[in-house]
Design a protein around this ligand. Sequence first.
Ligand SMILES: *Cc1c(COP(=O)(O)O)cnc(C)c1O
Length: 437
Amino acid sequence: MSSMPKDATNSTSPGNQALFDRARQLIPGGVNSPVRAFGSVGGTPRFIRSAKGCRILDEDGKEYIDFVGSWGPMILGHAHPEILEAISSTAIHGTSFGAPTAAEVEIAELIVDMVPSAEMARLTSSGTEATMSALRLARGITGRSLFIKFEGCYHGHGDSFLVAAGSGAATHGHPSSPGVPEATANLTLVAPFNDLDAVEKLMAEHGSDVAAIFVEPIAGNMGCVPPVAGFLEGLRKLCDEHGSLLVFDEVMTGFRVSPQCAQGLLGITPDLTTLGKIVGGGMPMGVVCGPKNYMEHFSPTGSVYQAGTLSGNPLSVAAGIALLKRLRADSEEIYSTLDQRSEQLHQLWKAALDSHGIPHSWHRVGSMFGLFFTADTVTNFKDAAKADEELFKSFFHGLLAEGVAIAPSSYEAGFVSLAHSSDDISFTAEAIGKLQF
Ligand SMILES: *Cc1c(COP(=O)(O)O)cnc(C)c1O
């Protein structure tokens, strides 16, 4: 059953504003991950007390229909009973042993079964750790130092990835954060997403020193930007020609766009894959996976060092197993329902925005969507950056006031979950209809 999001004051909580004021005294910017601070939209972040299905409840007692889904993992909705049961029934037997467990074998089997290119998996505690480890592995296997990434693709906060393009279409990168050494950033080559010519030029010049090309096969960290026809195929070919590894960062797309991840959906086989978000069922987890001959370069079989005190944590693994099993068992029904609901959202939101006369462009791959306030096509970061920021701010705050939460940045993808009913989606479109611009 669905109903309108509730708005009830809650006398026992200090409320969002008081919590944010206190948090800012104790935690830099009041948050433990910067985008949560509402920096690019302004205002007070909502402190979330609880969540269930497609709804989240904040410390002012206001409820929202949520399209953030914890930035991706909540594909079945928040607080799904099967996942909660898996976590709690595991927790009573102990929360961490620092020793191998049967459940780690089971999740590795699930990953190998579902991810087309995977024969082995190594678990980490976050997506960031997975991409850092995959980069070290690619460098260790090839004995090369350089790698290529794309402008607007996010691969976590490892030094090598916090790199922006210099001037020119495709270049050696520069640090995008203080604290990242110039020398490190120089080993990262940056090209525009969907620009195969730029990558060809880089490979022609540097190919024999390029360990890997890292790419989000469907970009999700500059809004949702799908690959243009031939782009990923071209990267695959270039990697083969130059002996570089193709790494798909599927931390966002893994099990989101299909039960076989983006690689299964698009029919392209990467050398290494990183996973996160959904694979941990809403608990901290990342994964590096790939063929045995590459994966066995990781210590202790190989010499590429990689480790983690809490890697393969029993609670994360239990949540991940419960979620992956559900996705695999009911994949046809789950992914077709997600697709229908997401298409409904696309059509209704588009109609509501058109009724306001607001130019916008949409991308949707399954239940992952990107909405850009620009009439132009968006195929890369520069296009995405042309979207109207002011319009986004009023859209964001308008929706929030109506009880609809989207990510507090125009560079984020949105996610529909199985818990979003058709009525919930209609409600959110009506909310857009009511906005004043
Ligand atoms: C979220 C994300 C990461 C980072 O994962 P964390 O768990 O936040 O460290 C890496 N790559 C992609 C594509 C992501 O979406």
